[in-house]
Design a protein around this ligand. Structure first.
Ligand code: ADP
Ligand code: MG
Length: 686
C-alpha cells in the first residue's frame, strides 16, 4: 500500500482549485491526471523578455515587452479564422495581436481601442504584417517589471494557457509533503543537490541544473532499485531446471549454419535453463540477425525436458508470422505447435485450451491472449517474449506467475538501444547479443530524395512492381492527432491505388484486425505488390520479396525507428533499396540523421548516434527521451547520472535488501512516487 504521506500527491487533478471537467480533458491529454504529475510537469524552457521602445528595435522571433495602443479590432472573417487587434507602437509602426478560438473574447476586453497597454510575447511575421500570437501578458501598468520576469514555458495542449498551467503548478507545489531523503548522504553532499521539495520548486522557477539533476536522479534511482528488486526476487524463486537431451534439436534441418553469435547465445541460454533460478535473459539482435531460430532452440530444450514453452508477440500479425515460420522450422521435430490470438473463439479456442492443459500442445505462439486467466498450462517452463520493449516490467511479472513454478523468461528485442539505456531498461536481465549478421546479406542501397520528386518516385515504384518485385510505402505517425496521420496514409493510399489498382494495400493501426491481417496476407502471399502503411509494420514483419522501401518525411523519424523500418527490406537475396523522402526545411540534426542512415547499417552504431543527436545540445533536460521509460530524466541526464544511480541502488540492496532501514523506508516512498511500486510488492510477496 502506498504510504499515506504521498496521498496529497496522488489526489486527482480535480482536487486543485479551478480544475473541472473542462480543464480535465486537456490535462489528461498531457498525462497530468494527479497532483503529482502537475508538480512534475517541468518547464520546457524559460523566457526573459527584452523591453523595447518600438518595433524597429525588435527582431522577428524575439521575446519582447512593448507598449502598444490598439487602433482597430478585426473579427474573424471565417468561422475558424483568427481575431486580430491592430495596435500601434510609439512611432506609428503597426503590429497585429492575434487570437484564435475562445481567446478572442478576452482580447476584446483586454485591448480597448485607444488605450495604451504593455504587451509581452514573441514577435512574428504573418505575411507583410508583424504580429504577436496570443500575447503572454497584457497589462495596463508595470511594463518595466514584465521585462524582468523570467517565466517558465510549459508544454500545453489545446484548452490550456501558460498562466493557467503556472497557477496549477503553484497549487501542486503548495501540497508537497515533507519526505525523508532517499539519496545516500555522501552522494547528496558531494553533488550539492537541493532537497526533494526544494528541487521541484527550483526547477519551476528558473534554469537550475542542480535541481533538474536531482529530480532526474530520483527517477533513475527508483528505476534501478525496482529492477534490482525484481532480480533479487527472481533469485529467490524456484524455477525448473531444464536439461534437454538434444534429441529434438538434432532433428532440425536448418538450411544454414548458425552464426557464431547465435551459437554463443544458445549456449548462454542453455546455461540459464539448466539452473533452478528462473532465467531472465534478453536476446538483443538487429532486425534480420536471426533471433527466431535461437528462440526455437531454447523452446525445444523445454520440450525435450518434457515441458511446454510459449512465445508472446506484441501484435496479431507478428504472432501469425512467428507461428508460421516456427511451424515450418520445427516440422522435422514433430513437436505440436499452436497459435492463439484474441480472434480465436468458440470451438477452435476450446480445443487449444484443452491441448495446453493436457500437454498435447508443446509450443504455443500468440498475443497476450495466451496469458489470460482462462488459459491454463500443464507445465509451462519457458516464456519467450518478442519485442520486449512493447511490454513493461510489470506485465512481464504478471506472466511469470503463470507456471506452477516460475517459468524461465527469454525476452527478445530488435531495437538496438545504446548501452546506457540497456542498463536502464533491462538492468535486471542478463544480455545475449547477436552482433553478427548471417552471411550473404547485401547492403541496402539507401538514398535521400527530396519530397519534390514524388512523381518520379511513384514512377520508380511502378517500374519496380512491373519487374515483379514488392515494395513498402511508409507514411509517418508523427502528427499530434492519430486520425490526421491515418488520413494522410489513406490519402496516399488512394492516390497510389488510382495509379496502380488492386496491387496496393493499406495497413494502419485503426484498421480492424481482420482487415489488417487480410491485407498483410495478400502482401505476404505476393498478390499485393505495394503495402502502404503507417509505422505498424515497424516490428518484425518478414516478406523477403519486398525489396524497396519508401519512407515519407523521413526527417521526422528518429534514427532508431528509421533503422527498424529499413530492416523490413534486404531480407532476401535480391538487392534492396530504401528511399528516404525528405521535406523542404531540414534541421541540422535532421540532415545529420539522414546522412548517417546512408552511411551505416549497424543498428548498434545508429543507436549510439541517435542518443548523441537527441541528447546533446539541449539546454535544459527536456523530456525528449523518446523510447526510454523516463519522464523526468533526459537522455543527457541518463548518460550522466544513471551509472551513479545504479551503483547507489546496488549499495543499498547489498546493505538492506529488504528496505527495512530508515533509508530503506525512504526508498520505498521513492518507488511509490515514481510508480515503481511493483518492486515493493515483490518485497512483501517474497
Ligand atoms: P530477426 O527475428 O532477428 O529479425 P529472423 O529470425 O527473422 O531475424 O531471421 C532473418 C532471416 O535470416 C530469416 O530468413 C532466417 O531464415 C535467416 N537466418 C537466420 N539465421 C541464419 C544463419 N545463421 N544463416 C543464414 N540465414 C539465417
Ligand atoms: Mg523476428
Amino acid at each position: 500500500m502506498r504510504p499515506d504521506i504521498l496521498n496529497p500527491l496522488f489526489a486527482e487533478t480535480e482536487t486543485l482549485d479551478g480544475v473541472g471537467p473542462k480543464l480535465k480533458k486537456p490535462l489528461d491529454k498531457l498525462g497530468l491526471t494527479r497532483v503529482r504529475d502537475v508538480a512534475y510537469h517541468l518547464p520546457e524552457r524559460f523566457v526573459t523578455r527584452r523591453p523595447v521602445q518600438n518595433l524597429d528595435e525588435a527582431s522577428e522571433g524575439e521575446q519582447i515587452v512593448i507598449a502598444l495602443t490598439p487602433t482597430e479590432h478585426r473579427a474573424a472573417r471565417s468561422g475558424r479564422g483568427p481575431y486580430r487587434v491592430l495596435a500601434q507602437d510609439a512611432i506609428g509602426n503597426i503590429c497585429a495581436l492575434t487570437y484564435f478560438g475562445r481567446a478572442s473574447y478576452t482580447a476584446k476586453k483586454l485591448l480597448p481601442v485607444g488605450e495604451k497597454r504593455w504587451v509581452a510575447g514573441r514577435l512574428d511575421r504573418y505575411g507583410d504584417m508583424l504580429q504577436i500570437v496570443h500575447p503572454d501578458h497584457v497589462e495596463s501598468e508595470g511594463g518595466e517589471s514584465l521585462g524582468r520576469l523570467c517565466e517558465p514555458v510549459y508544454a500545453l495542449s489545446e484548452g490550456l494557457t501558460q498562466p493557467k498551467v503556472s497557477g496549477l503548478v503553484e497549487q501542486a507545489l503548495g501540497k508537497l509533503p515533507d519526505l525523508p531523503e532517499w539519496i545516500e548522504s555522501g552522494q547528496f553532499d558531494k553533488q550539492g543537490w537541493p532537497q526533494w521539495a526544494d528541487a521541484l520548486k527550483l526547477a519551476h522557477k528558473g534554469e537550475n541544473a542542480k535541481a533538474r539533476d536531482r529530480l532526474a536522479y530520483d527517477e533513475l534511482l527508483a528505476n534501478s532499485l525496482a529492477l534490482m528488486l525484481v532480480r533479487a526476487d527472481n533469485r529467490r524463486r524456484k524455477g525448473q531446471p531444464l536439461q534437454g537431451d538434444g534429441s529434438l534439436r538434432a532433428k532440425l534441418d536448418l538450411p544454414y549454419e548458425l552464426t557464431g553469435a547465435q551459437k554463443r547465445s544458445v549456449r548462454e541460454i542453455e546455461g540459464n535453463l539448466a539452473q533452478e533460478a528462473p532465467m531472465l535473459r534478453l536476446l538483443q539482435g538487429d532486425v534480420g540477425a536471426g533471433k527466431t531460430v535461437v528462440a526455437l532452440e531454447a523452446m525445444l530444450v523445454a520440450v525435450e525436458a518434457g515441458k511446454q514453452a510459449a512465445l508472446l508477440a506484441p501484435t496479431e500479425i507478428l504472432a501469425r508470422q512467428h507461428f508460421e515460420s516456427l511451424r515450418e522450422l520445427a516440422r522435422p521435430t514433430g513437436v505440436e505447435i499452436a497459435l492463439l490470438t484474441g480472434r480465436d473463439k468458440g470451438r477452435a479456442r476450446e480445443s487449444i485450451l484443452m491441448g495446453l492443459l493436457d500437454g498435447s500442445i508443446d509450443l504455443i505462439v500468440g498475443t497476450h491472449a495466451i496469458f489470460q486467466d482462462s488459459v491454463s498450462y500443464k507445465d509451462l517452463a519457458l516464456v519467450v517474449i518478442d519485442e520486449q520493449h512493447r511490454f513493461g516490467v510489470a506485465q512481464r511479472l504478471q506472466l511469470s506467475s503463470k507456471g506452477r513454478r516460475t517459468p524461465h523468461t527469454l525476452a527478445m528485442t530488435a531495437t538496438p538501444i545504446p548501452r546506457t539505456l540497456t542498463l536502464a531498461q533491462y538492468g535486471e536481465m542478463d544480455v545475449s547479443k547477436l552482433d553478427e549478421m548471417p552471411p550473404g546479406r547485401q547492403p541496402i542501397d539507401t538514398r535521400v530524395v527530396s519530397q519534390d520528386r514524388l512523381a518520379e518516385v511513384v514512377e520508380g515504384v511502378g517500374r519496380h512492381m512491373a519487374s515483379g518485385q514488392q515494395a513498402y510505402w511508409v507514411c509517418p505517425m508523427v502528427r499530434e492527432h492519430e486520425t490526421e496521420d491515418i488520413a494522410a496514409a489513406e490519402a496516399r493510399y488512394a492516390g497510389l491505388k488510382e495509379r496502380f489498382g488492386d496491387a496496393v494495400v493499406l495497413v494502419h493501426g485503426q484498421l480492424k484486425p481482420e482487415l489488417k491481417d487480410a491485407a498483410m496476407e495478400r502482401f505476404a502471399a505476393g498478390e499485393a505488390k505495394l503495402l502502404v502503411a503507417t509505422t505498424v509494420i515497424e516490428v518484425g514483419v518478414d516478406v523477403p520479396a519486398a525489396t524497396l522501401m519508401v519512407i515519407e518525411q523521413a526527417e521526422r523519424f528518429g534514427l532508431a525507428q528509421l533503422h527498424q523500418l529499413r530492416g523490413r527490406v534486404g531480407r532476401g537475396s535480391e538487392k534492396s533499396t530504401c528511399l528516404l523522402l525528405r521535406g523542404g526545411a531540414l534541421s541540422e540534426t535532421g540532415r545529420e540523421r539522414l546522412a548517417l542512415m546512408r552511411e551505416t547499417q549497424d543498428g548498434f552504431r545508429l543507436a549510439e548516434e541517435d542518443l548523441r543527436l537527441r541528447g546533446g545540445g539541449e539546454l535544459l533536460g527536456t523530456r525528449q527521451s523518446g523510447d526510454t521509460p523516463f519522464r523526468v530524466a533526459s537522455l543527457e541526464q541518463i548518460t550522466k547520472l544513471l551509472p551513479l544511480a545504479h551503483d547507489d541502488a546496488r549499495l543499498l540492496m547489498e546493505r538492506d535488501g529488504g528496505l527495512d532501514s530508515e533509508r530503506g523506508a525512504a526508498a520505498r516512498i521513492l518507488l511509490y512516487l515514481f510508480e515503481r511500486d511493483w518492486g515493493v510488492q515483490l518485497l512483501r510477496g517474497g
